[in-house]
Ligand binder design. Structure first.
Ligand code: F6R
Length: 609
């Protein structure tokens, strides 16, 4: 996730671009930059940190000119720094990019052999070199961009400005958003509607594999193969505030819906279904360390701790290595025993949670190998560990973690497969099936999210209860814990997550008509046993909301609310069963009118004890 803005027209554009970038700051805020053409040159200003730093730099040294491109960055390759900020300028060609180029390492090697010198660690600069090289050959910017895009794999939305054709900007899109807007004698492009809503309401959304040239008169869109594209503009009637959330009422709801793409981005380029394997250079752990591991210790807090619990099940099942999950606050305090053959895995969305960071430092003192699974590039925890596996979920603004949870799951699943393959506990055939299943998860997630309206209805009927119980077995037990945490943190309703097998050891005493029980029971090896637990709940007058796999007959005729997920490999059910629970808590909270994105007493990043 990054934000792009382009302007071509008669007005001085640097402040227009800066103001538009501010509307995209939710897409990235670790560095920013702007390139403006003026008198035969492209002048670039870039700063690390939030956009106000770029604003200050532009106040001190204004950029003249009326054709420009701007970018606000969310780091994926290369730490947040001025050198890694976009635009990247190579041979009078400036490029901004949102997305991930999967084959950047191969391309970089190739370009370096030809003498290219790089001034950043980004994948984007590689694209700038490709375009500059192709432009020198063809003499035409659009052809150069097209030719370069044929060489890259991955996701992109790009904008390219060149001193050779200063009256226009070339933009292109594949799997990252880009919208074009026409004003009075001026034309805009941006990653999202709110950036340019102030200037125009007539917008055209680029489709996958399209390239466009924009100038002050408008734009011409083509397919990458050169076929012209005709598309009518759409009139956008959103209010600016609504638009920043992409039309969703809250960031949390937007982020729930971003999960299919976020998981795609996490998995993209790391796995090969053909070989049934996960690439070691993309997972932060080398083959020798994978073979040496005798125990995996997963350390985390809150929602990340629940992801780690699922990770334990996967690591033990697929890699046959004992795995333990530790609450970071407890682990760091108790003086744990660390073996040099342990693999310490710290799971943290922010990468800054103090307890997790301190726990990693404690574990590292025992010379064990350490790995961070984090979303924020170059944050404190991945800087402390030996390796890092980034989830690439993009910035998560809602305090309640949703897309970062499911991308952590995807990362942990890949880690388990990686360990299993290296240690020969997972056959190629089974790994192929599991990885194929993982590749299909984003589409199955999209299917699950279509039940939103029904869940909103169920939420409305249950919002007045003061206590909830969440039950699950096996892979669904950590999901029960996560469902309960989501509900309590944003709706302030008391909720408990329990292993269903523990019901008889205490919580069954709570059950009566005033206790809704959410039972997470996809078709897996525990299904028959959890049906027994469900019957026990119903026999005591409890109200049950059941998350199960579609096509089930056993539950027919029971007085329950049933929410279905499509069939998928048993191991992968947590990536689907959690979605209805996120929606349920969201709609209960929304119905109660709480501050969903910033619930009371909570902070997004907990950097205190
Ligand atoms: C709950 C939530 C928190 C975080 C926890 C750890 O929705 O977001 O429980 O999971 O504070 O944060 P990270 O993952 O940043 O270490």
């Amino acid at each position: 996730m990054c934000g792009i803005v382009c302007y071509v027209g008669p007005k001085p554009c640097s402040n227009i671009i800066l103001d538009s970038l501010k509307k995209l700051e939710y897409r990235g805020y670790d560095s920013a930059g702007i390139a403006v053409y003026h008198n035969g040159e492209i002048n670039v200003t870039r700063t690390e940190g939030k956009l106000n730093r770029l604003g200050e730099a532009l106040t001190q040294a204004p950029l003249d000119g009326s054709v420009g491109i701007g970018h606000t960055r969310w780091a994926t390759h290369g730490k947040p720094s001025e050198a890694n900020a976009h635009p990247h300028l190579v041979d009078h060609i400036a490029v901004v990019h949102n997305g991930i180029l999967e084959n950047h390492l191969e391309l970089k090697r190739e370009l370096a052999q030809e003498g290219a010198v790089f001034s950043s660690e980004t994948d984007t600069e590689i694209l700038a070199h490709l375009i500059a090289r192709a432009r020198a050959e063809t003499g035409d910017l659009k052809s150069a961009v097209r030719q370069s895009l044929y060489q890259v794999q991955g996701s992109y939305a790009i904008a390219v400005l060149s001193t050779h054709e200063p009256e226009r900007i070339v933009v292109a899109k594949n799997a990252s958003p880009l919208v074009l807007g026409r004003g009075e004698g001026e034309t805009f492009a941006a990653s999202d509607i709110p950036a340019i809503l102030e200037y125009t309401r007539e917008m055209i959304f680029l489709d996958e594999g399209e390239i466009a040239t924009i100038d002050a008169e408008g734009f011409a869109i083509e397919k990458l193969n050169g076929d012209p594209v005709r598309r009518e503009p759409k009139t956008i009637n959103w209010s600016p505030v609504q638009a920043e959330k992409g039309g969703f009422k809250h960031f949390m709801l937007k982020e729930i819906h971003e999960q299919p793409l976020a998981v795609e981005n996490t998995v993209r380029s790391r796995i090969s279904v053909e070989t049934g394997d996960v690439a070691s250079e993309r997972i932060g752990l080398d083959d020798a360390s994978a073979l040496r591991v005798r125990r995996v210790v997963l350390i985390a807090c809150g929602t990340s701790h629940h992801a780690a619990l699922v990770g334990k099940y996967w690591i033990e099942a697929l890699a046959q290595v004992p795995a333990e999950v530790e609450l970071a606050s407890e682990y760091r305090a108790r003086g744990p025993l660390v073996d040099p053959n342990d693999l310490i895995v710290a799971v943290s969305q922010s990468g800054e949670t103090l307890d997790t960071l301190e726990a990693v430092k404690v574990a590292k003192s025992g010379s064990a190998r350490s790995l961070a699974i984090a979303n924020v590039l170059d944050s404190a925890i991945p800087r402390t560990t030996d390796g890092a596996l980034y989830t690439h979920a993009g910035p998560e603004i809602g305090v309640a973690s949703t897309k970062c949870f499911t991308t952590q799951l995807a990362a942990l699943f890949m880690l388990a497969v990686f360990l299993g393959r290296r240690r020969n506990t997972l056959s190629q055939d089974r790994a192929q099936k599991l990885l194929r299943g993982l590749m299909e998860i984003p589409n199955l997630m999209r299917e699950v999210l279509t039940v939103e309206k029904r869940i909103a209805g169920i939420a409305r009927q249950h919002a007045q209860f003061s206590d909830f119980l969440f039950l699950g077995r096996s892979y669904s037990f950590p999901i029960a814990l996560e469902g309960a945490l989501k509900l309590k943190e944003i709706s302030y309703i008391h909720a408990e997550g329990y292993a269903a097998g523990e019901m008889k050891h205490g919580p069954i005493a709570l059950i009566d008509k005033n206790l809704p029980v959410v039972v997470i029971m996809p078709h897996d090896g525990s299904f028959d046993r959890i049906v027994g637990n469900l019957q026990e709940v119903l026999a005591r007058g409890g109200k049950a909301i059941v998350i199960t796999t579609s096509g089930d007959k056993v539950l027919d005729g029971l007085d329950i609310e049933r929410i279905e997920i499509p069939p998928c490999p048993v191991e992968l059910t947590p990536l689907l069963t959690v979605l209805p629970l996120q929606l349920l808590s969201y709609y209960v909270a929304d119905f109660k009118g709480t501050d969903v994105d910033q619930p009371r007493n909570l902070a997004k990043t907990v950097t205190v004890e």
